[in-house]
Design a protein around this ligand. Structure first.
Ligand SMILES: Nc1ncnc2c1ncn2[C@@H]1O[C@H](COP(=O)(O)OP(=O)(O)OP(=O)(O)O)[C@@H](O)[C@H]1O
Ligand SMILES: [Mg+2]
Length: 261
């Protein structure tokens, strides 16, 4: 059982530079079980870079990462997966020409005792996981390219869940989706919360994520402006954080908060 009081993820005082550019500077964020945390900020604010340090794509120059309260040395994507961290990118890594079950098990196919592909078991498991996430999904026999954006998202999420993700990172999850599909992804996220999974939603557009999030962190110029419960701040106040770096009373300021003159 996960302890609700111990953060699933703590990133503390994280910094990384590329050449002379401080892409992320002294940034701290955290995430609790069953929580959705939005990471907001303008283009180039450092959101993806910070989260790529968690997913093992980049090595930090400084700072600490704790998973379930324990220091975690994440050097590469495999280390991250070992800690139950899965990332779903906007450009979905689904294989277009095969069906949902084949996508779920891509690179990790189940085999029969005779060494052949166990299609029956893979399809049965796919139906079980997809049925929990997206009960209306029926198109198990079709290549994934025939599915809608929201359905493709659910396949990508099911794949992560099947491999025991406890921490899900979604970078701009609904940017390419229509309103109906966006709603579908919203439903998926609510389902994952009930399972105690923690989710980072990354977006440069507050409207994509505010209503789904329990808390928001705002970044600007590589620094954290501040964070807040979505129930303690208005969308306009969060926009003020994103655009001006100004922290409203309901938010806890970070190192990047504009200091009042
Ligand atoms: N591999 C890299 N090499 C050099 N500079 C990089 C690299 N990755 C990111 N940067 C720089 O780091 C800064 C932060 O970029 P990042 O992609 O994290 O921003 P973002 O907040 O995700 O923006 P967006 O909303 O556009 O996705 C930018 O100035 C970017 O040019
Ligand atoms: Mg980005």
């Amino acid at each position: 059982m996960t302890d609700q009081n111990t953060p699933l993820v703590e990133m503390k005082n994280i910094s990384i530079s590329f050449g002379g550019i401080h892409a992320v500077e002294n940034a701290s964020i955290d995430l609790y079980p069953g929580e959705v945390v939005a990471l907001l900020g303008h283009n180039g604010a450092g959101k993806s870079t910070l989260i790529k340090i968690l997913s093992g794509a980049y090595r930090r120059d400084a700072g600490d990462i704790l998973i379930n309260g324990e220091p975690a040395d994440i050097r590469n994507p495999r280390d991250a997966k070992g800690h139950g961290i899965e990332t779903i990118y906007q450009t979905l890594a689904v294989a277009d020409n095969v069906d949902a079950a084949a996508n779920l098990y891509l690179g990790r196919e189940l085999q029969t005792p005779w060494g052949t592909l166990d299609d029956v078991a893979m399809e049965a498991n796919a139906r079980k996981v997809m049925g929990r996430l997206n009960p209306n999904f029926k198109r198990f026999k079709e290549p994934v390219k025939a599915l809608s954006g929201g359905q493709r998202q659910s396949v990508a999420i099911a794949r992560a869940i099947l491999f025991d993700a406890r921490i899900l990172i979604m970078d701009e999850p609904t940017a390419a989706l229509g309103p109906q599909e966006t709603a579908q992804v919203g439903d998926l996220i609510k389902q994952l919360k009930l399972d105690g999974i923690g989710i980072f939603l990354i977006s440069h557009d507050i409207h994509d994520v505010f209503d789904l999030a329990d808390r928001v962190f705002v970044m600007k110029n590589g620094q954290v402006v501040g964070h807040a419960r979505t129930s303690d701040v208005t969308k306009d106040e969060v926009l003020g954080m994103i655009i001006l770096g100004k922290c409203p009373p309901g938010a806890i300021p970070g190192p990047g908060a504009m200091v009042a003159a």
